[in-house]
Design a protein around this ligand. Structure first.
Ligand SMILES: Nc1nc2c(ncn2[C@@H]2O[C@H](COP(=O)(O)OP(=O)(O)OP(=O)(O)O)[C@@H](O)[C@H]2O)c(=O)[nH]1
Ligand SMILES: [Mg+2]
Length: 202
């Protein structure tokens, strides 16, 4: 995989969103991937923030638009415009915080209820695998991932463990859906561009 200059043309633009409870490590997970940095004192995200990165995979160039969603566990709604058009969703919890995996299904339901189509791929991301005892949360995550038939990655933004792998793998999964004609990608710049064929966005 090679980083690509901003000006270069790309074959596909994929929108990803990153959700999960407060302080689980969403922003650090994204920043490790996008900038290859890590901040022990990362500040809380107050407004949704958009990152992007180009990657090469399977002889194609992908522009990944990654939306860091600033919502916490008290959220009862996500504004549809922030999540619609997403083809990939990272459901993030901290391996050091068992409560954050216990509420992960709440995030799944919140996104699926709002997004309006069923073609988005969900990955579960456990963060901070460098940090203390995590067996219980890890086990819970495996059980949940199996139940929902989602991929699960145990990661660390501090060491970089599995971060790039998760983004590349999600991109390959989504691209496979494009090849299989399960997703129709409309070449526009609005947030509604990535939708399943024949699905309704209402
Ligand atoms: N040891 C370790 N600490 C991490 C890791 N990822 C994040 N942290 C720390 O956890 C804290 C929260 O990380 P953030 O990325 O800000 O978490 P967030 O989910 O974006 O937080 P909010 O924006 O407030 O919802 C910060 O102090 C990070 O330095 C990791 O992989 N390992
Ligand atoms: Mg944040």
């Amino acid at each position: 995989m090679v980083d690509i200059p901003e000006s270069i043309k790309y074959d596909y633009r994929f929108k990803y969103i990153v959700v999960g409870s407060a302080k689980v490590g969403k922003t650090c997970f994204i920043k490790r991937f996008v900038d290859d940095t890590f901040d022990e004192n990362e500040k809380s995200t107050i407004f949704n923030f958009l990152y992007h990165k180009y990657i090469n995979s399977q002889e194609k160039t992908f522009k990944l638009e990654i939306h860091d969603i600033a919502l916490h566990e008290t959220a009862i709604n996500i504004a549809p415009q922030f999540i619609r058009g997403a083809v990939g969703v990272f459901l993030v919890f901290s391996l050091s915080d068992i409560d954050s995996i216990n509420v992960i299904d709440k995030w799944y339901k919140l996104v699926t209820k709002t997004i309006g189509y069923d073609s988005a791929k969900f990955f579960i991301i456990g963060t901070q695998n460098d940090n203390g005892d995590q067996d219980k949360a890890d086990k819970q995550a495996h059980i949940y991932a199996k139940k929902r038939q989602m991929k699960y990655y145990s990661t660390s933004a501090k060491t970089g463990s599995n971060v790039e792998e998760a983004f590349v793998d999600l991109t390959q999964y989504v691209y496979q859906d494009v090849i299989d004609n399960k997703i129709e990608l409309v070449p526009t710049y609005n947030l509604w561009s990535n939708i399943k064929k024949n699905s309704c966005i209402c």
